[in-house]
Write a protein that binds this ligand. Structure first.
Ligand SMILES: CC(=O)SCCNC(=O)CCNC(=O)[C@H](O)C(C)(C)COP(=O)(O)OP(=O)(O)OC[C@H]1O[C@@H](n2cnc3c(N)ncnc32)[C@H](O)[C@@H]1OP(=O)(O)O
Ligand SMILES: CC(C)C(=O)C(=O)O
Length: 561
């Protein structure tokens, strides 16, 4: 590739990591959930093609409450009338539960801060979140100022925020400051700016402030972000009076990882959106981070048990689809198509006992925890194997195929999947099963039978319809099946033996039907018979006859040829 090429990596500079040699975060383990703050209604909203209407915001707000968020950034009220009106609606209509605090964002600009406070009039409590950009590139190219100029903007903003709060003591005010573009800022300078804001706000351990560290643009690997956060936590003034918050974006696809490592590095609070909508590649997906904790046995303090509702409401409000592979929320995240995965899942689920710890291969969590079912855990296409097909027949239709029959039937499904190139739906699998093993184009059928025991021996008599003719047969054996085999052999002069036999009830209760699976061996040939009946003897005899019928047909064809 030459430098004249359009696709030229040489125009990018590598990121300079923080020189934090004695970092401690890699040895930390997350054991409790951080404080969460949803920014769906602000950062999520500002990234939409069509920002949410007040009605959509109401719908989203209700969902956030249902999920259990206690801090919700509800908008940028100075930016647009709908944002302003929504904040007014929440306050005037008393829609904010006592244990929930709303948060609003404003730039560090006096006129915007004034409008922000106007929107919050009468609020019981609120977090006023003020920001200005501190990064090198914004300093030099957007604000055309030096470090001191940036500190001045932050300090002036912090003062105005404080002054407005003092004028409205009826509200329980909380302050939050973000050095926007923190990841593009020299970390020691970010500490300086925040310390200047802290100096204005004078927080105490009893009345803390929030300093929010945004990866406004994700610019490096998550370990670098963790180093920056650990450096910040160690060097910021009044750490005991500061809640360190994170706000990561997903430009490099690592927003969740960055937030996780930064919590290990000492952060107390995490901002993000449900399902990850947000500027460019999105905000950190809180569902993913919280569910990652949940899957480690940690209470995430948020309830995602109705994932389908979450997906439906978020889609309706954002008009953005959820990728089928989006962790935890996507349609396909609990579905295995590949044979070896299906086989392992089936074996683990067969052994799983309700109430025990979850140790199921390929399923990091129980789909039922998110309101999903096991129904779609296994879906079948040409990548699938016998275990997957068996799982579908078992879970949807109650047929517990023995291993040899799984192998036999999976050939039928594989052929169909390869011929059509498509997924084979459960109903189609069932249709093919019936067509292969339970069809009624059978040349030999059982009309009536009786058996009697004398000592250890069983005598079996039956009347068959064999190629439309009545055929009476009888035989003796060690049991009914043995006697039936002998009777068929004698009547047809075909030698065969039962190689495989399996049976089970279909459903529960005294009136449950029985299914029998039989495989006969005649030389190198094998023939399978499956039958269902109200009683186990009839299902066994019919299964045997289904398999034997194929033998008899073949023998007739050979004789005719
Ligand atoms: C990373 C984030 O997500 S931060 C949140 C960003 N959110 C949004 O942008 C959505 C809401 N924003 C808006 O609706 C608008 O941008 C508003 C209402 C805030 C401001 O709109 P406008 O006044 O028309 O200005 P616009 O956004 O075009 O430009 C911003 C101006 O403010 C300046 N500015 C930006 N931040 C600050 C600050 N903290 N202090 C002083 N000036 C600032 C810019 O340099 C620019 O100055 P200029 O007019 O001299 O060129
Ligand atoms: C205002 C801040 C927190 C922000 O949204 C960002 O930097 O991405």
């Amino acid at each position: 590739m030459t430098e004249h090429n359009r696709f030229n990596h040489q125009k990018y500079l590598p990121y300079t990591p923080v020189a934090l040699k004695d970092r401690t975060w890699p040895d930390q383990v997350i054991e409790v959930a951080p404080r969460w703050c949803s920014v769906d209604l602000r950062d999520g909203n500002q990234a939409l093609i069509e920002p949410m209407s007040v009605n959509q915001k109401k719908q989203m707000f209700d969902l956030l409450l249902e999920v259990g968020f206690k801090e919700i950034e509800v908008g940028f009220p100075a930016a647009s009338q709908p944002d302003f009106d929504f904040v007014r609606y929440l306050i005037e209509e008393d829609r904010i539960p006592d244990d929930v605090t709303i948060q609003v964002l404003t730039q560090a600009r006096p006129e915007l801060i004034a409008r922000t406070y106007e929107s919050l009039k009468g609020a019981r409590s609120a977090i006023v979140h003020v920001y200005n950009s501190t990064s090198v590139v914004q300093r030099e190219k957007v604000f055309k100022t030096d470090k001191q100029g940036i500190i001045d903007i932050a300090v002036a903003g912090a003062r105005v925020v404080k002054e407005h709060a003092e004028k409205a003591p009826e509200t329980d005010w909380h302050f939050q400051y973000s050095p926007e573009s923190f990841t593009g800022t020299e970390v020691d300078f970010a500490v300086d700016v925040c310390n200047a804001v802290i100096d204005v706000w004078q927080p105490t351990a009893e009345k803390k402030i929030i300093i929010n560290l945004p990866a406004t643009v994700e610019m490096a690997t998550p370990n670098v972000f963790a180093d920056q956060v650990e450096y910040f936590c160690r060097n910021v003034d009044r750490r005991d009076a500061v809640v360190v918050s994170l706000h990561t974006h997903n430009d490099r696809g690592c927003a969740v990882a960055a937030a996780e490592l930064a919590v290990m590095a000492g952060a107390d609070r995490v901002e993000g959106t449900m399902l990850g909508n947000g500027e460019r590649t999105g905000n950190m997906d809180i569902v993913v981070m919280a569910m990652n904790m949940y899957s480690q046995g940690i209470d995430p303090t948020l309830d995602f048990s109705d994932m389908d509702k979450i997906v439906t409401v978020v889609k309706a409000c954002t008009q953005i689809d959820v990728h089928p592979r989006q962790p935890y929320s996507g349609d396909l995240v609990f579905t295995a198509f590949s044979g070896s995965h299906q086989d392992a899942i089936k074996k683990c689920l067969d052994l799983y006992q309700e109430g025990s710890t979850w140790e199921i291969a390929y399923l990091p969590i129980d789909p039922r925890d998110l309101g999903r079912t096991y129904q779609d855990v296994i879906r079948v296409n040409s990548q699938s194997g016998k275990g997957g097909v068996a799982y579908v027949l078992q879970s949807k239709f109650g047929f517990n195929l023995p291993r040899w029959l799984q192998i036999d039937f999976s050939r039928v499904i594989q052929k169909e999947a390869e011929t059509t190139g498509q997924e084979i739906a459960a109903d189609k699998i069932w249709t093919l099963f019936k067509a292969t093993y339970l069809h009624d184009q059978q040349s030999v059928t059982l009309d009536s039978f009786n058996f009697s025991k004398s000592g250890e021996r069983e005598t079996f008599k039956a009347s068959l319809t064999c190629f439309e003719q009545t055929l009476d047969i009888s035989g003796e054996g060690d049991g009914v099946m043995d006697a039936f085999v002998e009777a068929i052999k004698e009547a047809t002069d075909i030698d065969f033996e039962i190689m495989e036999y399996g049976e089970h009830a279909l459903g529960q209760g005294a009136d449950a039907e029985a299914v029998t699976y039989i495989q006969l061996k005649n030389g190198l040939q094998r023939h399978t018979g499956v039958a269902i009946s109200r009683d186990i003897v009839s299902s066994s005899l019919n299964a045997l006859l289904r398999a034997a019928s194929q033998l008899i047909e073949e023998s007739r064809q050979r004789n005719a040829a």
